[in-house]
Design a protein around this ligand. Sequence first.
Ligand SMILES: Cc1ncc(COP(=O)(O)O)c(C=O)c1O
Length: 359
Amino acid sequence: MTIEFADKVRRIPVYPAASAYAVEGDVAMLASNESPFRPLPEVVAAAQEAIAGAHRYPDPGSGGLRRALSDRYEVPAPRIAIGNGSCDLLLAAGETLLEPGAELVYAWPSFSIYPHLAAASGARAIQVPLDDRDGHDLERMLAEVNVATRLFIVCNPNNPTSTALPLADIAAAIARVPRHVCVSLDEAYCEFSVLDDPDSSLELLRDHPNLVLLRTFSKVYGLAGLRVGFGLCGSEDFRVAVDQVRQPFFCNAAAQAAALEALRHQDEVERRVTATIAARLELEEGLRELGIDPATSQANFVWFDLPAEREERDVVDGLARRGVLVRAGAALGREGALRVTVGTPTENRRFLSALAELT
Ligand SMILES: Cc1ncc(COP(=O)(O)O)c(C=O)c1O
């Protein structure tokens, strides 16, 4: 006899994790949209100091980190939710908002964790196809909102397509979503966008108590391995609810300490953003020289369709054999496309010359 699991376990899609973790040696890790920059020595030292006190549980309220985030983003600390990565907040949002009979609306292809929310809760997922420029079709998404809708997710810039919408368009859409619906604006990559100042969405929180801006320390702050995300909320309700459904100590002490220290180095964040954008432009240019037309990226990765005669699997495997790991579009919602993280200039050149051999 085997263990009898809940039905949802059969429904929940397996997260398409990159294969990079099994690979050893000199590889260009361009599969997971991580930062190519290591944490600053001060950040590492802060985490180490926290580890020295690891016989104690971490602060369950992440008090120091929330106060620092409150200072940085000018959002009251009670309206800041912390997560074990922003994925943790997304899953907790699903748990608090969704149930059989409820609906959530999001674009597709978009972040691979979103389908998990409906599968885990028994809610209905309305996946609205991206428009022909790989952007969110906000009109069609709004048309799907009804009394059953509990969660409306906009991923801006969108993973995996790298495209972003101007904030003004998103603001106009949010204004049309009824107040009972939680709007989650997933801004994991917003710092890399040149369309709007990443701080401008904060203003929307004033008028929209149902809005949550989801941010993360995994990308621009370069702390993916420690797992810290945060939600800047239009009211306390979201933070209270997601705290209620999770275990008390969801953010470990080293992660809290490192994130707090990373926040103190905004000048370094800006330098890294500038370097990433410069490298992104070079990568896009390099692709165009190979006859490939990438989507206009506002993130730390690029997305493009492969020439029709090339098999996606052959190209991904060929790149891996040349020591370059990227993500196949099939796992992310569109076969025949590739998603490639902006790495160091050396990694980007290595990717481009490997791709040139394969296309
Ligand atoms: C759009 C988007 N949102 C959220 C996340 C989750 O990030 P984390 O859980 O590392 O904070 C990711 C990670 O890749 C992402 O692409």
